[in-house]
Design a protein around this ligand. Structure first.
Ligand code: NOJ
Length: 538
């Protein structure tokens, strides 16, 4: 890795789910002007890059991941002038803005699909994946939707089925058709010409499917619950040809200056496959999302093993990244509890590589229980028996800004699109800004230390033996700069540790409790339950 680093390597990415950040229109749904209003807040927590979940026109069958027009703004969120203003304001604050690109599927209300479904000989018929019914009239093969049920829907008008790995209103584009590829590259150019700083690309690893539409093998370990897990997805996920598509996308980004605009890819794959998405010549994703902090059991040794495996597998020109939460996963503070949420954020912000943080995690927002009659998320509606497990509404609730009604997200009296957390009067940004030891101030202390210290935002990583099963320790070093030792107690027992292999003395820079400071002897370090420390080695 060279001595010069790109913004997407050193800064923190903050994901905003626009429906839930700030409502200025007073309709219970967040909007672009709301994000503009809160931009200084985002800057104040030490974040450099904002990733916006989709803001395009959409019937909202999958809350914006069903795009009806790739080059416009959904009136629910505002208009193109609002967007331009937001982009300009972000850039004026030396922040970056990346958009969610959803190329795998469109809405069934997109003009491309309306044309495609109109007749079998429409010139755009082949833009989507159509197939004849099986001999019994059923779906062409056994493929299933991620959200439940078959991945095929029969279109009565032309008597063929179309493919959708999500809801039926999300037909999949056919990337074996060069015209489709070109059309999506032009969409990218449209936004890049406007000045957006890159894309997070939705389900990038699903963009190619087996042209023979072969049945997928049945998973012998399936427990009979989530239909998505019923098959082994060898013909719909991670096909080798997908890399050609991604290379073309990367080439478009590079037209704007190598490394200037970023491509982040959504890929749920083990490391041996995930790393292929950097490209054989580092010519695909800059950051193939690494979700393994989310997918791994919250255990010091399991997490340490993940970090070591990733670090060992990465080539020197492959930049690491870590994700702790997103709009598809239960909130970190709910998954591991509030005390460990501090440890988790300390880990996220001190590992080597770009951290991605989900809005509200900086104040330890929790999942919100959604009464059955308010459930909106398609997978929860399609598989109600496992809604608690797979439903995503709980982690998408309105941002908790202050103790006013609706938590300052929507004006008082407005029905918000999802319920606001019951504890919002105690747990909100305004409250946490004034409490010295709040989660928010803890997050800021970490993010600013990370920005100031080269070892933390670009230094090397090395595991340090802690001698305790529930304690994960590592150091970060950058030649010519201060070195840091990070010690994380994943358990609820106290420990006295000998960390002298990392050094003998140190000074606490950030502690999870925000009250501990001062110098330490590293050969006899006392760590209380759930405690994490960032220590400057002296
Ligand atoms: C992944 C997105 O993160 C998720 O929210 C969405 O439902 C699916 N892709 C389909 O676009």
């Amino acid at each position: 890795m060279s001595d010069t680093y790109h913004w997407w390597q050193t800064g923190i990415v903050y994901q905003i789910y626009p429906r839930s950040f700030q409502d200025t229109a007073g309709n219970g749904v967040g909007d672009l002007n709301g994000i503009l209003e809160r931009l200084d807040y985002v800057k104040s927590i030490g974040v450099e890059t904002i990733w916006l979940s989709p803001i395009y026109p959409s019937p909202m069958a999958d809350f914006g991941y069903d795009v009806a027009d790739y080059c416009a703004i959904n009136p629910l969120f505002g208009n193109m002038e609002d967007f331009d203003r937001l982009l300009e304001a972000a850039h004026a604050r030396e922040m970056k803005l990346i958009l969610d690109l959803v190329p795998n599927h469109t809405s069934d209300e997109h003009a491309w699909f309306t044309a495609s479904r109109s007749s079998r000989d429409n010139p755009q018929r082949d833009w989507y994946i159509w197939a004849d019914p099986a001999p019994d009239g059923g779906p062409p093969n056994n493929w299933v939707s991620f959200f439940g049920g078959p991945a095929w829907t029969l279109d009565e008008l032309t008597g063929q089925y179309y493919l959708h790995q999500f809801v039926a209103k999300q037909p999949e584009l056919n990337y074996r058709n060069p015209a489709v590829r070109q059309a999506m590259l032009d969409v990218m150019r449209f936004w890049l010409d406007k000045g957006v700083d890159g894309f997070r690309v939705d389900v990038i690893w699903l963009m190619m499917k087996d042209p023979a539409l072969r049945d997928e093998p049945v998973n012998p370990d399936w427990d009979g619950r989530n239909t998505q897990e019923k098959l082994i997805h060898i013909y719909t996920n991670n096909l080798p040809e997908v890399h050609d598509v991604i290379r073309d996308m990367r080439a478009v980004l590079d037209e704007y200056g190598p490394g200037e605009r970023v491509m982040v890819g959504e890929i749920y794959m083990p490391y041996d496959q995930l790393l292929n998405y950097y490209g054989a010549d580092n010519d695909e994703c800059h950051l193939p999302f690494n979700f393994w902090l989310i997918l791994t059991a919250w255990d010091a040794q399991a997490v340490r093993a993940q970090v070591e495996e990733y670090e060992a597998a990465l080539a020197s020109d492959q930049w690491p990244n870590w994700v702790l939460g997103n709009h598809d996963q239960h909130r970190i503070a709910t998954r591991v509890g509030p005390a460990q949420a501090r440890v988790a954020n300390m880990l996220l912000l001190t590992l080597r590589g770009t951290p991605t943080c989900y809005y509200g995690d900086e104040i330890a927002m929790q999942d919100v229980a959604i009464p059955p009659e308010f459930i909106q998320d398609p997978p929860a509606l399609l598989q109600p028996e496992i809604a608690d497990e797979i439903g995503r509404d709980p982690e998408r609730t309105p941002m908790q800004w202050n103790a006013a009604p609706n938590a300052g997200f929507s004006p008082p009296g407005v029905q918000t699109w999802l319920p606001v957390a019951h504890d919002y009067a105690q747990n909100n940004v305004a409250e946490q800004e004034i409490q010295a030891d709040s989660m928010l101030n803890f997050f800021k202390a970490l993010s600013f230390l990370r920005a100031d210290e080269p070892a933390l935002h670009r230094g090397s990583y090395a595991t340090v033996s802690s001698g305790a099963d529930q304690v994960f320790a590592y150091r970060r070093d950058a030649a010519g700069h201060a070195s840091f030792l990070i010690v994380l107690n994943f358990g609820d027992a106290a420990h006295t540790l000998d960390l002298s292999s990392a050094g003998h003395r140190g000074v606490i820079e950030v502690a999870t409790g925000m009250q501990r400071s001062g110098e330490l002897d590293l050969d006899k370090l006392d760590l209380v339950a759930d405690e994490g420390l960032v220590i400057r080695l002296t």
